[in-house]
Design a protein around this ligand. Structure first.
Ligand code: CA2
Length: 151
């Protein structure tokens, strides 16, 4: 079974508990459980992690190069700052989908620049927690697991 690592950056551990007007009421644990359920339908094993530390995210991307077939990443604020995460993602051989809950292009100008996008296979933003599920479906298509031939 193909394995997908879902990485989440700083402050996303607060999801559903703070700023619901901006990021909604769904917690990261709920997103994890939805993704695992969808993963079972798509024949994907899903593992979700969150860190507030840039270096830990970089180390997990390195680990993913050996142990996972695809990556979903919401690098949160590091999206807009981290060349280290960009460089690590560039080494990952499989599909990488950048996910954001909010539409970063409808927000402050400093959020319009992403260091993840240039090294991502694709980007999903603005659909809240559903974006993670759309990204997982995109990964299944890319890995040729959805039977559509559209990957
Ligand atoms: O829209 C997204 O998913 C973001 O990646 C979220 C980041 C933000 O810096 C990006 O520009 C867009 C912020 C994540 C902070 O998460 C919180 C969750 C609950 C309460 C406060 C912050």
């Amino acid at each position: 079974m193909a394995r997908v690592l879902v990485l989440n950056g700083p402050n996303l551990d607060r999801l559903g508990r703070r700023r619901p007007e901006l990021y909604g009421r769904t917690t990261l644990a709920e997103i994890e459980s939805r993704l695992k359920q969808l993963g079972r339908q798509l024949n994907l094993e899903v593992e979700l992690r969150q860190s507030n530390h840039e270096g830990e995210l970089v180390a997990w991307i390195h680990e993913a190069c050996e142990r996972f077939d695809a990556l979903l990443i919401n690098a949160a604020a590091y999206t807009h700052t981290s060349i280290a995460i960009m460089d690590a993602l560039e080494m990952f051989p499989g599909p990488v989908v950048e996910v954001h809950l909010s539409n970063i292009f409808a927000r402050e100008p400093f959020r319009h620049r992403s260091f993840v996008s240039p090294v991502a296979t694709g980007v999903v933003c603005g659909f809240g927690p559903l974006g993670y599920e759309l990204a997982l479906r995109a990964v299944a298509a890319r890995l040729g697991l959805d039977g559509s031939g559209d990957g």
